[in-house]
Design a protein around this ligand. Sequence first.
Ligand code: SF4
Length: 704
Amino acid sequence: MQSTVTPTHCPYCALQCGMNLTPAPDGTVEVSERTDFPVNRGALCGKGRTSAAVLASNVRLTSPLVRDEDGTLVPASWDEALERIAAGLGRTRAAHGPDAVGVFGGGGLTNEKAYTLGKFARIVLGTSQIDYNGRFCMSSAAAAGIKAFGLDRGLPFPLEDIPKSGCVILVGSNLAETMPPSLRFFTELKENGGTLIVIDPRRTKTAEQADLHLAPRPGTDLALALGLLHLVIAEGRVDEEYVRERTAGWEDARAAAMAHWPEYVERITGVSVPQLRETVRLFCEPESAMVLTARGPEQQSKGTDTVGAWINLCLATGRAGRPLSGYGCLTGQGNGQGGREHGQKADQLPGYRKLDDPAARAHVAEVWGVDPDSLPGPGRSAYELLDALGTDIRSLLLMASNPVVSAPRAAHIEERIRSLDFLAVCDVVLSETAALADVVLPVTQWAEETGTTTNLEGRVLLRRRAITPPEGIRSDLEVLHELAARLGVEKGFPTDPEEVFEELRRASAGGAADYSGITYRRLAEENGVFWPCPAAVEAAGDPAGETPAAHPGTPRLFLDRFATPDGRARFVPVSHRAIAEEPDDEYPVLLTTGRVVAQYQSGAQTRRVAELNAAAPGPFVELHPRLAARLGASEGDPVAVVSRRGRAVAPARITNAIRPDTVFMPFHWPGEGRANTLTNPALDPTSRMPEFKACAVRLEAVEG
Ligand code: SF4
């Protein structure tokens, strides 16, 4: 084992905090402060501090597992496990065609892995059926950003701009729990005299920091944004010159907003007219202001329009593409940004290219050395893919995802997974989904491999290998290399991450997310590089891209022009729509879901860390005292939450910090308290995002 200190980044959320790793003689790894990374300057949350615990062999898989004749998962050799996967996927392909084989990836995969997985699906399996769990994360914001700006990069400016802005509206983000080190940007904003407005149905730890907290009814953020824009127009606060010079489509958006009178919006959202007016004043008076959205407005069946409405507000007030101002999305997963740029999405090729664009297909096919016509077209989105398991899709290869816990309508999805002819899972632990597999492969973790991620700012980062993986563990890249060879493709699937990155640079060149000017050496020396970073003209012939003329990267986007053909941002006319499933007599309460600070996503890793488990041992139902009284429930009593899709039971947590018409459940746990048993898979027509954030439920007391 190496004994030096290795600077790297956290394996969990999209902040990608810098950390140092030091192997100890007893085989453990110490996580320590790394102050040179500007995003966290040494600060780590509990998840980051304890991240090395998942490297220990007593919580992870250490051998491939195959299902024996009795249906039990038993240890097997790598050869046997890989042969079984190749045979399982190959059998399906031969019997039912390539689109009967599905591939499901994850926003936690490095750029190199996401790129290789997309390439593997399209040229080894020949399937169009690939998507990933990031579809459930920020896809609505991505779709809205592309519509409005011609480009989706979570934040078009560095986090360090936030404290210097005049006002920030945080819509549906509880970053005090999801990414605690980022809270300092907002406390510094306030210390500098700026204003923080938080919009959330719950008075979260983040909302407690706000100068103004608006608590709309879940699923009504679209109406709220329209009401604010109505007031901006009515109060003469539109930046007419900016709208004229830098945008298109204002008249239709203006007309749509004018139909949303403040009193009407108050009735829909529950946010009072004076609060709306105060929000407009605080947002419009300073020279600079931002709107940042997260999963609250995005995880809705109208998420794209909802984000579009907030972007319209930024455009009408002349905020987007101006210094210290604009719209940004706080992407959630560790490589949520890079994971959506390099080809594991159903409709995309590397470089954030569209799969149905002939020029994009030709460019990528040339890099891959294949005929463009051999590349399949776009496939199903994540929920639709999971819903087709066992019917149209007979076999599945899954990496870095745990849909049994994290997919909406999870009991149904679990049933679909169980009905597959063949399931192979690569993971570091035996997740709830891996436990259903025919073959499970144990793979390396972040500290055991080198690779790049792209954080929520669009900053490409180098994660470095700090320790040698245990005997018997292989990397995802090695797995894909081995499977490709067994399925008849001997070349084109290198196992060295830097070699993959060099190919990714070429594949992304000229695309929206252009990495062609980025090298591992630059990432190490510059502590990350913001895309787009094309290889400079002078450097184009230099394979290392390291001449003095190399492009510096792009921390701030849109300052001169937007990424549309004419350089103008697009207003998108949107109108209020109800949530897909409104409460009624049978299901009279709204359920919204979210996260707690000590757990991450489906909890597959963090539920195995003792310190985190002690801090957040299980699910709960957060409800208002009035609702609890109606139910006759006291603190800690088991409460059943029932939707049209199923029933979940968890202890009551009674608080005034939530609206009386709404209950909240965190979604990190499987079993009886699985929140996603209840959630609604109604999909956004553009982004195909399910409606995680609002569905109708009823509450039932549970006899002790
Ligand atoms: Fe890791 Fe995110 Fe916590 Fe930072 S905030 S330590 S990146 S989980």
